[in-house]
Structures are given as C-alpha cells and as structure tokens.
Design a protein around this ligand. Structure first.
Ligand SMILES: C[S@@+](CC[C@H](N)C(=O)[O-])C[C@H]1O[C@@H](n2cnc3c(N)ncnc32)[C@H](O)[C@@H]1O
Length: 259
C-alpha cells in the first residue's frame, strides 16, 4: 500500500486479466446513471476517474476519462471520450481544471485513497461525486454474512469507510442508493435476489472480488450455495428477497460540494 505506482500497475493488471467481458456484465444501470447525472448538477466539464469502459459518463458534458487498464480502455464505445491512461494518485490534469469529478466503483482499487482524493480535490472546482459501497452495510448481506465473510474482511481494508470520506471531503452528503431487483450493473452484491447468477463464471469474471480471494475459499462457498439452492435451503431462508423490488446492500452516493 505504500508504493502507489507499483500497486496502481498491479490493480490495472487485475483488470487487464478480468476485465475482458466487463462491458457485457457490468452494463450501466439506468437508475444509478440518473442519480449520478443529477448529482453532477450544472457541471459542464466532468472528469471520470477509474473510468473503465465509460459506464455512467454523461454524453451531454465535456468528459475527460482517466483509466489505468488498456483492456478496459479498449472496451470504451467509439462515441465515448478518449481515455487518458493514468491513475487517481497522479492525475494528468491542471489544478482546478474540471467542474466536477466522478469516481464510480473505483476507489477500492486505488493504491492510495488519500493521495487519490488529494488529486481529485486539486483538479476539481465545484463538486466530487462518488458511487461506492459502505463496507459495514455490505457485510450484512447474505452472501457476505452467510457464505463468504472473507468478502467483508477484504472490503473493509479496501473500501474507504463513510467516516473516512466524511473526514476528508468538504460538505459531504452521503445518500443510500437501493439496488433494484433487476439491476443491470452486475457488481458482486447486485445479485442479492438472484443467487443463481453468482454461480455463473461469466458473471463472476467481471467482479474483482472473485479473483482477489483465495480460489479454494471461493470454490467452497460456491459449492455450498449451489447445494443450498438445490435443496431449497437458500429459498427457505432468503426466498422473500426474490419478491422484493430493491434492497440496501450498502451502495452509497457521496457528493462533496467544494464551493
Ligand atoms: C469496477 S471498475 C469501475 C469502472 C467504471 N468506473 C464503471 O463504473 O464501470 C474499477 C476501475 O478502477 C480502475 N482502477 C484501478 N486502479 C486505479 C487507480 N489507481 N486509479 C484509477 N483507477 C483505477 C480499474 O482499472 C477499473 O477500470
């Protein structure tokens, strides 16, 4: 964690390995998109840090995208802003050069969150919009609580806590973003009501947590989930989730007003 450049290149290499089908499994969810675009307010120029394949970038603003992984950059649609290869910890932008910065599902991958946030604050004039996960809430979801507590342990070290963000970002408002039952962005806990999807290797391919935990731990947990689905145990315990429209699994929209 002390050497930003080495960790940034390591993280990028994770996405170079696992990001191959990212744009198919991680399709931007229209409800998250609306919330992010609304939070960007009247910003005309927007920096997207950890921009990946371009998800959630607003088409009606001037976007600058920064992303370390060439595999992710290669999946950006032709219509998207060209991405600059780079990392949050050393943004290739001038001081106060963008109205707003967005960071979506990315901070948990940064080598040095403090350095990345300092950089974001250096280049941004008006507001910072962050879509992230509160690791304490996420740890209570059945997948983490019952099958893979290792996810919670891992993510407590990688996702910044809400208190951490509050201490470092001025005038921060943190809002809950319920994850809809038919969420199109297949991040790990988006399948709170669709446990069968988690058994699909193509779905797991596009979420880094499945590649960061020891394979034997993941395999054991998936085998247990498979057994519980076949026996009906999962449905006896959690089946009511299948009838729910949305759930708070810890997704948070944090907006910092700088002016
Ligand atoms: C889960 S993906 C999210 C991509 C995109 N924001 C989205 O919502 O689809 C995380 C992204 O963070 C990028 N990333 C990893 N380390 C980074 C760093 N140090 N600075 C900026 N981005 C980084 C990864 O390469 C990857 O594209």
């Amino acid at each position: 964690m002390n050497n930003p450049s080495s960790r940034a290149s390591w993280t990028a290499s994770v996405y170079d390995r696992i990001g191959l089908n990212y744009s198919q499994v991680r399709r931007p969810d229209p409800r998250f998109e609306a919330a992010i675009w609304n939070a960007l307010g009247s910003a005309k120029s927007v920096l997207n840090v950890g921009a990946g394949c371009g998800s959630y970038e607003p088409a009606d603003r001037e976007v600058t995208a920064v992303e370390p992984s060439p595999v992710m950059i290669a999946q950006r649609p032709e219509s998207a802003a060209p991405a600059i290869q780079g990392a949050a910890e050393a943004l290739p932008l001038r001081d106060k050069s963008v109205d707003a910065t967005m960071c979506v599902f990315t901070m948990q991958h940064w080598d040095n969150v403090q350095q990345g946030l300092d950089e974001v604050l250096r280049v941004t004039c008006d507001r910072v919009v962050i879509l992230t996960v509160d690791p304490d809430v996420m740890a209570r979801m059945w997948l983490c609580n019952e099958y893979l507590p290792e996810i919670g342990e891992h993510d407590r070290h990688t996702f910044p806590s809400m208190e951490y963000l509050e201490a470092r970002l001025p005038h921060l408002h943190i809002g809950t973003v319920p994850v809809p039952a038919d969420c199109t962005d297949g991040f790990c806990i988006a399948f709170w009501n669709r446990p069968e999807a988690i058994l699909d290797p193509r779905v797991r391919q596009a979420s880094s947590i499945w590649h960061l935990l020891p394979a034997v731990v993941v395999e054991e947990a998936l085998a247990r989930l498979h057994r519980d689905l076949e026996s009906g145990d999962w449905d006896r315990r959690f089946g009511q989730l299948r009838r729910q429209a949305a759930l708070d699994v810890g997704l948070r929209l944090a907006v910092s007003e700088l002016t």
